[in-house]
Design a protein around this ligand. Sequence first.
Ligand code: NAD
Ligand code: UGA
Length: 358
Amino acid sequence: SYWERRVRSSARARAHAGHVVLVTGASGFVGTHVCLHLKRRGDGVVGLDNFNDYYDVELKRARQTLLGRAGVFVVEGDINDRELMEKLFDMVAFTHVMHLAAQAGVRYAMKNPASYVHSNIAGFVNLFEVCKSANPQPAVVWASSSSVYGLNSKVPFSEKDRTDQPASLYAATKKAGEEIAHTYNHIYGLSITGLRFFTVYGPWGRPDMAYYFFTQHILQRKQIEIFEGPQHSSVSRDFTYIDDVVEGCLAALDTAKKSTGSGGTKKGSAQFRVYNLGNTSPVPVTKLVSILEKLLKVKAKKKLLPMPRNGDVKFTHANISLAQRELGYKPTTDLETGLKKFVKWYLDYHSDLRKYSS
Ligand code: NAD
Ligand code: UGA
């Protein structure tokens, strides 16, 4: 069928030794960038996304258009759909899975907990069930989160630090993902790498994230709310630029050892790894706002509020020496440089949405 032809052609690697990668959450922020980079260097790439309406679906469609123009086909479907997933693995011998599909967002977990269970727990397990039985077994690289460090007050965060105090249901589902992944590695010999991203930002970003809707609100002269820590101290994030994170994702794919098992049996031991992908340079949210004011040349209407009691952590800060050593990961973009690129994209994208209608 037409659909199958599109999948097969999208999966074709240009170079003989190229990877063939299934990217879940392909029409998401990080997924779009990962797909473009993989395709550009000659890997075969098939995307999967359910286009849910957690945020502006038009933006997800625009990213899909961008991917289509680059030769990446995005299958519309849910990671919970076992039949669809098995069909994809029957059609294509994926060497790798880049699993980015999830319900993201920290504070939304209090509004819609079920969506986190659906995608980050049930869908997560379904994906691993399909991967463990696939022949050949793909190596899996997936997005965990800095939120697993939770209420840990020791900074910077190292991979060995405790992760038993999640501050939100979102964080708890990412932490659960790490535990579930470990069992699939242990029982079925799946090669699995978890990447703990730290507040990623950039062009084609997520409208639910602070840097994006602050930009929107500042331009529309609307008030923004800035959460403060206890005793009015500032809250900070280790904001990490998208291109740096993508470099880390590709390095994780390239260094993932091929799984040793196939068809659901364990034959030897495969890799199980977890890395921080942060920027190692936390910035207060108040500073994020002042950089945006400078770039947009508009003064923000600010309202200071206490931190939401359940959800946010006061600060995040990555120790990246493990990723540096084993993946050659080295972030190079500071917040102001990265925000400049985001603002340029934002103004361009919102000036003419028709550019990306399919
Ligand atoms: P995103 O929401 O833009 O991308 C996720 C994509 O997955 C969306 O397009 C969504 O439609 C899709 N999706 C969700 N549930 C699905 C399902 N059940 N089946 C199929 N598709 C589904 O988010 P993002 O910022 O690109 O994040 C990518 C990954 O990185 C997520 O796992 C997220 O939790 C994680 N992460 C992101 C950040 C960040 O700051 N952006 C930080 C830490 C971790
Ligand atoms: C982000 C992503 O949304 C999560 O999906 C991801 O897992 C997480 O990073 C991570 O690093 O693991 P968060 O850091 O909360 O979560 O990102 P934003 O929602 O953009 O918030 C950034 C900062 O702005 C936070 O300190 C938050 O407290 C603050 N904020 C947010 C405000 O001050 N006001 C707001 O209205 C919203």
